[in-house]
Design a protein around this ligand. Structure first.
Ligand SMILES: Nc1ncnc2c1ncn2[C@@H]1O[C@H](COP(=O)(O)OP(=O)(O)O)[C@@H](O)[C@H]1O
Ligand SMILES: [Mg+2]
Length: 210
């Protein structure tokens, strides 16, 4: 089983949106069974999942205290991919969850404030010796800042070659328990998420780090 942790010290960057969309994309790509875990006390991912009619991905409730055993049990039950959504501020929680990651995904909005804030998240992933990939999320069309963000982030690590643009479909999907792809498989948002998942999948098959 692979464990992907979606982390950022900053709120509103798309952690929960990515957790949901990548989980569903992985299932659609036969990479499942996929389990989602929400470690954020705001429970946005749980709320999204509770509105879902589809049976997959499964949702799994864990606490920091039992996360290790919990992941072992998921693996034992045949789950192939677990995606863990994390809170923005709770440093100790984020760090403890990152410790279980095969890959840390760090969504970042392409704004100078968000880029300044990303250092704190990078430090946590580095402290745990984890592989991390930045995802530029919420980009505006033809905005120069997107390219600048990619350059700035690439000084610190790998930037996903797929940018997720600001798409209403992503936001509305989160309010009705579906994904942009489930609402409209031909939408741009759906395409970007599928491309992003395909990239994450290649990253998961690489065997480096601990
Ligand atoms: N690419 C995007 N396009 C449009 N809306 C987005 C996008 N990414 C996130 N959002 C919206 O922005 C808000 C914050 O996203 P969320 O995933 O909850 O961030 P986080 O979990 O990092 O706090 C939500 O309302 C979400 O629907
Ligand atoms: Mg969230």
């Amino acid at each position: 089983m692979k464990t992907v942790v979606i982390a950022s010290r900053k709120g509103g960057v798309g952690k929960t949106t990515m957790s949901a969309h990548l989980g569903v994309a992985a299932e659609a790509d036969d990479f499942g069974p996929v389990a989602l875990i929400d470690m954020d006390t705001q429970e946005s991912l749980a709320k999204w999942w509770n509105k879902r009619l589809a049976l997959t991905p499964v949702f799994s409730t864990a606490t920091l205290a039992n996360l290790k055993q919990h992941l072992a049990a998921l693996k034992e039950s045949g789950v192939k991919l677990t995606i863990i959504d994390t809170p923005p501020q709770a440093t100790e929680t984020i760090r403890a969850v990152i410790a279980h990651a095969d890959l840390v995904l760090i969504p970042t909005r392409p704004s100078s404030l968000d880029l300044e804030a990303v250092g704190a998240t990078i430090e946590m992933a580095e402290a745990e010796g984890k592989r991390m990939v930045f995802i530029i999320n919420g980009a505006a069309n033809r905005a120069r800042i997107t390219g600048q963000a990619a350059v700035a982030l690439s000084q610190h690590g790998t930037v996903a070659p797929v940018t997720v643009y600001q798409r209403d479909a992503l936001a509305s999907a989160m309010t009705d328990g579906r994904t942009a792809g489930e609402i409209d498989a031909k939408s741009k948002a759906s395409e970007e998420v599928a491309d992003l998942w395909a990239y994450v999948r290649t990253q998961l098959s690489k065997k480096v780090g601990k």
